[in-house]
Ligand binder design. Structure first.
Ligand SMILES: [Zn+2]
Length: 198
């Protein structure tokens, strides 16, 4: 578990140095969950949700941690809220997974609304997967590969700028060396989580 302990230490530092960064708390929660430290995981996911109530994955993992801790009713509450948030945002994968978790528990599933028809996306605009709104599109793909093109198709300019600021923090806090493929993988994982790309 050396690796997990290192991750916990890194994310603990990240969350402490930048306490309003939801991603730090979310990542710390996941590291705690992997280590079966459920109290820490519950507190971290709760903090991430307080900072960003739109983070549907945090409700899902909060539900997992609560369930493992034996708090079934609290888990059902967290998953129910998470399903509504995920549905509102169009996060289909977490939404389906949380519905399945409630069904597996024999708990009632919140009624899902029918999606309203959104206004059409105009020229130079994009429907953003992070903020769930139509916003200005990036002038060009930020990387010359499939991931760069995906970002250009799915992420608005303001959200991309937010990630650039956050990405710098991730590199510094986790001391990532971007020539190391493992560091690149960790960086990409954080980026996809931040941008809400599954
Ligand atoms: Zn956006």
């Amino acid at each position: 578990m050396a690796d997990t302990n290192v991750r916990i230490e890194q994310f603990r530092k990240m969350a402490a140095d930048d306490p309003d960064n939801e991603l730090g708390h979310f990542s710390l929660g996941r590291a705690y969950l992997d280590a079966d430290l459920h109290d820490g995981a519950i507190a971290s996911f709760q903090r991430a949700i307080d900072l960003n109530p739109q983070m549907s994955r945090a409700y899902q993992l909060l539900g997992v941690a609560l369930l493992r801790k034996g708090h079934k009713d609290l888990a059902i509450g967290a998953l129910g809220k998470g399903i509504l948030v995920a549905q509102e945002r169009g996060d289909r994968m977490p939404c389906n997974e949380m519905v399945q978790m409630l069904r597996d528990m024999g708990a009632p599933v919140p009624e899902l609304k029918k999606a309203e028809a959104p206004r059409p996306v105009g020229d130079g605009e994009v429907f953003c997967h992070r903020c769930n709104r139509i916003g200005p599109k990036l002038a060009s793909a930020p990387f010359n590969n499939a991931q760069g093109r995906e970002i250009c198709e799915k992420i608005c300019q303001p959200c991309w700028r937010e990630w650039i600021a956050m990405g710098t923090k991730v590199i510094n806090e986790l001391r990532l060396s971007m020539v190391d493929p493992e560091a690149q993988r960790i960086f990409d994982q954080h980026m996809r989580e931040f941008l809400n790309l599954s």
